[in-house]
Design a protein around this ligand. Structure first.
Ligand SMILES: Cc1ncc(C[n+]2csc(CCOP(=O)(O)OP(=O)(O)O)c2C)c(N)n1
Ligand SMILES: [Mg+2]
Length: 1106
């Protein structure tokens, strides 16, 4: 039984019903403890200040007494001695006590019947008071520590002094100051001393907890961890640094400061988001890395925002300075990618750590503007690296996340990422968070940007200790960093370093901060920088001379100058220099346009099918749910019949990849069972907790590892995590599944900023698969659509451009697109498209609309023959029935994608229109299968063409496919190049105004200005009817350039050069495609189920009519 309960049952003492807190804190006391140090301004009100003394953590007082008594029975008061001798005491579990976290005084049985000795209540009171003071410092000391270099009061927060905050409401007199007090086991301020005079106790506590470091840790549930921290900060002498250590700090600070000064001098009008006011962050990061390397870390993965990024690359990663300076020159790129601004790019460096003499890899992950979005990506990448190295405890690979103060508390993804920190399949075994806290976010100060006392409070939810430190005290900062690195190495849990500094300039170097923070900046203008302050200190104490300080600074400036000269000789930037996780060897020796086959041997299908449909080998002991036995039996029957449903097709894809040594990782909410209860990859023993069986982990003895993980209920962090995971190794199939497709929009910035555009911005490829359950099935607005239109809108193929046809059409399209969007209607196609992710010689994200009701649809099954050798992914599934076989008789072709296909075929059968209406499934929507659509259109020469979809007209695929259909249809007539050219030229009246004949300016920029010259050309505007829609275009266009194969260099999906193909034009073939489906809608809602069915029937009837 919990000790608190035991204690409650003890005999009542004269002070029964009183709690520690009320007993200790005498609110009437007028006598106050003499002030030990000058009170600092309290920045914020912390809830800890309102805690009663004997709360959850303070209840361990009895235990302290007990521990002390165990060591030496004479070290405690006789009443305690008697009590513990009575054997009534039971050691507690390490949990907060019940009952509002308070412990009644009766628990201690003072003077009870056992000892018979009356306690000396004054002695007990005083000892308890000292204990209370010690605890109070430990809990609340950070509230009044001198953390802010600017010493700015936050005026509308309750000001307070150390006296009020720490010793609130109870009394000691001057006369008590010299009295010796025994120290409890929960403090280390005594060093080797077991007791100290009260004055010394207070002095030491003040120094430890209220000086330049504020340690916030007493909320942590583990006594062991609290003690560990106390020891690291309280032990006398922990802040003593050797002269060598001090010189190293000074040298590092000199470089950090010198780097910013150099950039300010050379590029005074450029944004660089300098670190001035928090330069100590650079030595801080180096210290974390040094200590961590010493403790065994070999690879550090960092995520950080704009502020101080260039400095970090230069002075932490040691990226060549000339490469950094080249970024300021605005040079053309020598390689692929549209690039990004310099303070977003990533890097990867492997180098010798000169301090520890060990090799270390450092990666800074490329990040978008979107603050904190990179956090989960870093964690995923770190986790993957740990996984591939077999670093199961995170001893070799670690992550460091650097944050701004405003973003750390403002962005929800910080919280979501924190919650991954201790999950078995997501933990990176401790992240060190460093907050570059300049006490401002752009123009907003903390009073208006957060409701929590500190910007770091979010970390409390995961019991991470928070080390606040004044950024102007380099030695305090280094100590905190050392402790943080040791904390991570010891407990493998997150911790936070809150570097409280300021921002010397505006948000960027061009901004005027006095507009919005005049008083703060008056102070800042008068404030010496950290380097000068520290140099003065070291000079004053004789550690360095003024000449040494100057010479170190001058030396670094010379290094910068040399790199600056070197950078001037560069003519191009190379994005590949800024890659954060190179895939060495992956691309080498590969034909970039050749994919491996995806069909597999039938015996492999049989083997996987049999394993997947079997209970664990020790089935007799493993009790499986009866419903699941039926599922397994049904699977077995399918295997015997050589057919696969969705779950089996998926298992075939996973199992065969695992067999080929490809690691598969599936993550998302409830993915183990599957939201729709179709997957069941993890079988649970019905009688034994945590006894599970996962057949995909037992397919082959030498297979690659399979992991399937139910995630936390977060899309943003988990999708980001999986994206990061997929960046690390191309030879893995990493999948994230949304519970329902539309939930992916809470991860929109990962989709927009990383997945759709990562390659083009950062030459970062990823083969991540997003599985998005999609389909209008009357489940209401929020469970219907994965909003595929949004993904399609971000696809980078040009709607008006038909790429040159050849055998390599499909793979060239894939090679050059930013991502693939598909909606498969058969398990076999699902199987192939997933295997194709790995078969491709490059990596592209795959956005896959996945079924819900189709998971169990009797027709949505595939024979093994469609997955076996020789079969492959079908971008379009033609009509293979009577219509397809006798195409010239077909009156209408219905193109569609996804589950509506099955509704359409059903109705067609009912109406006996199989010969009149062909139904063609577009399975790969983007990149658009222009070639196959053209082929189909040619096949059904006389037929009317419609696109049928169940989504509303402004949703689904229509807006994406419509112009592309027209481009395909225009191509379905044999149009010679000259035809093309004249057809385009006809659209302009001023033939002389072409790309390169207007004037000198256009001449010299003929490649880059066609769109611009078109804008200023007298032109006709014509209006076309396309698919019932009216579209206007204008302008002159040099078509030859766009349709000349020679001009199609890097990007197959877009016309060569910079210009886009012209807007949608009149159908030259006279064919059009019309829309059948719902009208436009504001939401994905279809009203009631009845309305949904009515609407669906209407659209099906429209489609299936001749
Ligand atoms: C998600 C997001 N919202 C808004 C912005 C615009 N923005 C850029 S920097 C900044 C202030 C960030 O303040 P802080 O996190 O304290 O970092 P600091 O610039 O002070 O280092 C803002 C709001 C952004 N980059 N990302
Ligand atoms: Mg800030």
């Amino acid at each position: 039984m919990h000790r608190a309960h035991t204690a409650f049952s003890l005999a009542l003492s004269p002070m029964a019903h009183k709690n520690f807190a009320t007993w200790l804190i005498n609110s009437n006391s007028s006598q106050r403890l003499a002030k030990v140090t000058a009170a600092a301004a309290v920045r914020t009100y912390n809830s800890a200040a309102a805690e009663p003394f004997a709360n959850g953590s303070t209840a361990s007082y009895v235990e302290e007494m007990y521990n002390a008594w165990l060591r030496d029975p004479t070290s405690v008061h006789t009443s305690w001695d008697a009590y513990f001798r009575s054997n009534t005491y039971v050691s507690p579990p390490n949990l907060a006590p019940v009952q509002a976290n308070t412990l009644p005084l009766t628990a201690f049985n003072f003077g009870g019947a056992v000892s018979g000795a009356a306690p000396d209540s004054k002695t007990i009171d005083d000892h308890l008071a000292v204990q209370a003071i010690i605890r109070s410092y430990q809990i609340r000391g950070h509230n009044i520590a001198h953390l802010d270099p600017l010493e700015i009061n936050t005026p509308d927060l309750p000001g307070n002094s150390s006296t009020k905050t720490i010793y609130a409401n109870f009394s000691f007199g001057e006369q008590d100051m010299e009295r010796q007090f025994k120290l409890p086991s929960t403090t280390f301020i005594g060093g080797d001393e077991a007791s100290l005079p009260l004055k010394e106790i207070l002095n030491r506590l003040e120094n430890v907890y209220c000086n330049k470091i504020g340690v916030e840790f007493m909320f942590i549930n583990s006594l062991e961890q609290c003690n560990w921290i106390r020891k690291r900060f309280e032990t006398p002498g922990v802040l003593n640094f050797s002269p060598e250590e001090k010189r190293l700090i000074l040298a590092r600070l000199t470089r950090a400061t010198g780097f910013e000064a150099f950039l300010a001098k050379k590029y005074s009008s450029e944004k660089r988001f300098g670190l001035e006011g928090c330069e100590i962050m650079i030595p801080a990061l180096k210290e974390i890395i040094d200590v961590s390397t010493e403790l065994g870390v070999e690879s550090v993965i960092m995520g950080m925002p704009h502020r101080g990024r260039l400095n970090t690359l230069a002075n932490v990663c040691r990226k060549p300075l000339n490469q950094i300076f080249t970024q300021f020159a605005g040079l053309e790129a020598a390689d692929d990618g549209s690039g990004d601004v310099k303070y977003h790019l990533g890097t990867y460096i492997e180098r010798l750590n000169r301090v520890t003499n060990k090799n270390i890899r450092l990666a800074v992950v490329a990040n978008p503007s979107h603050l904190e979005a990179v956090d989960p990506v870093v964690q995923g990448k770190t986790r993957a690296e740990q996984f591939y190295r077999g670093d199961q405890e995170g001893k070799k690979v670690m992550s460091i996340l650097i944050h701004g103060d405003a973003a750390f508390c403002g962005q929800g993804v910080v919280y979501e990422t924190m919650h991954l920190s201790d999950l078995p399949d997501y933990t990176t075994h401790g992240t060190i968070h460093v907050v570059a806290n300049n006490q401002i976010g752009f123009t907003t100060d903390p009073r208006f940007s957060r409701s929590s006392p500190y910007c770091t409070d979010v970390a409390r939810v995961v019991n991470a200790p928070i080390f606040h430190v004044n950024a102007d005290d380099p030695e305090a900062v280094m100590h905190v960093c050392k402790v943080a690195a040791e904390w991570r190495a010891t407990f493998h849990k997150d911790c936070v370093i809150d570097l409280v500094g300021y921002r010397r300039n505006g948000h960027n170097e061009i901004d005027e901060p006095m507009f919005t923070q005049p008083l703060m900046y008056q102070k800042i203008r008068k404030h010496k920088n950290c380097l000068d302050l520290y140099a003065d200190k070291l000079i004053a104490e004789g550690t360095v001379t003024a000449e040494e300080v100057k010479s170190v600074a001058a030396k670094y400036e010379n290094i910068c100058e040399e790199a600056f000269v070197l950078a001037k000789t560069e003519t191009h930037v190379k994005y590949k220099d800024w890659l954060d996780s190179p895939w060495s060897g992956f691309f080498e020796g590969k034909d970039p346009l050749k994919a491996a086959p995806t069909g597999i041997k039938e015996e492999t299908l049989n083997h996987i099918g049999n394993r997947f449909s079997s209970p664990p080998p020790n089935a007799a002991e493993f009790v499986i749910h009866k419903g699941l036995l039926r599922v397994l039996a049904a699977r077995k029957a399918m295997v015997d019949e050589k057919i696969a449903d969705w779950a089996l097709g998926e298992a075939m894809a996973f199992g065969s990849l695992l067999k080929e040594g490809i690691h598969v990782r599936l993550s998302g909410q409830d993915v183990e069972r599957g939201t729709f209860s179709h997957r069941h990859h993890v079988l649970h023993h019905q009688l034994v907790d945590k006894a599970t069986y996962n057949s995909l982990q037992h397919m082959y003895p030498d297979q690659a590892p399979y992991s399937v993980s139910n995630s936390s209920l977060s899309e943003y962090a988990v999708l980001g995590f999986e994206h990061g995971y997929s960046m690390t190794n191309p030879n893995a199939l990493v999948l994230w599944e949304a519970q329902f497709g539309d939930f992916s929009n809470t991860a929109q910035s990962i989709i927009d900023q990383f997945i759709s555009s990562g390659q083009s911005k950062w030459v970062r490829q990823s083969g991540l698969v997003m599985l998005l359950p999609h389909g209008m099935e009357g489940m209401g607005p929020e469970h219907s659509s994965c909003r595929v239109e949004r993904f399609l809108q971000m696809s980078s193929d040009d709607p008006d451009y038909f790429p040159p046809e050849s055998d390599e059409f499909a793979i060239r399209q894939l090679h050059d697109i930013n991502w693939i969007v598909a909606n498969c209607t058969t398990p076999a196609n699902y199987f192939h498209i997933m295997r194709r992710q790995i078969a491709l010689p490059f990596r592209k994200p795959l956005i896959l609309c996945t079924p819900k009701s189709l998971l169990r649809h009797p027709e949505a099954k595939s024979p093994f023959s469609e997955m076996s050798e020789g079969s492959e992914f079908q971008r379009i599934i033609p009509d293979n029935g009577p219509a397809g076989q006798n195409a010239s008789n077909v009156k209408k072709v219905v193109f569609c994608t996804g589950r509506v296909y099955y509704d359409l075929t059903k109705l067609r059968t009912e109406k006996q229109l199989e010969s009149d209406i062909a139904i063609v499934r577009v399975e790969q929507i983007s990149p658009f299968p222009f070639d196959l659509v053209k082929e189909q259109a040619n096949l059904y020469k006389n037929a009317e063409l419609v696109w049928a979809q169940e989504e509303h007209k402004n949703q689904g695929c229509w807006t994406y496919v419509q112009p592309r259909f027209l481009t395909s249809l225009n191509h379905s007539r044999d149009v010679s190049q000259s035809d093309e050219q004249s057809s385009y030229s006809n659209t302009t009246t001023t033939t002389s105004t072409t790309d390169n004949t207007t004037n000198n300016e256009t001449n010299s920029n003929s490649e880059s200005k066609p769109w611009l010259s078109r804008m200023f050309t007298t032109s006709n505007t014509e209006s076309n009817q396309i698919g019932g829609e009216s579209t206007s275009i204008s302008g002159n266009f040099n078509a030859a350039k766009h349709f000349d194969l020679k001009n199609v260099k890097n990007d197959f999906n877009r016309p060569a050069g910079i210009a886009a193909a012209p807007g949608v034009r009149k159908s030259k073939t006279g064919r059009k495609i019309s829309y059948v489906g719902r009208a436009c809608g504001a939401s994905t809602a279809t009203g009631s189920k009845a309305q949904h069915i009515r609407e669906l029937n209407a659209l099906l009837n429209d489609a299936i009519s001749t």
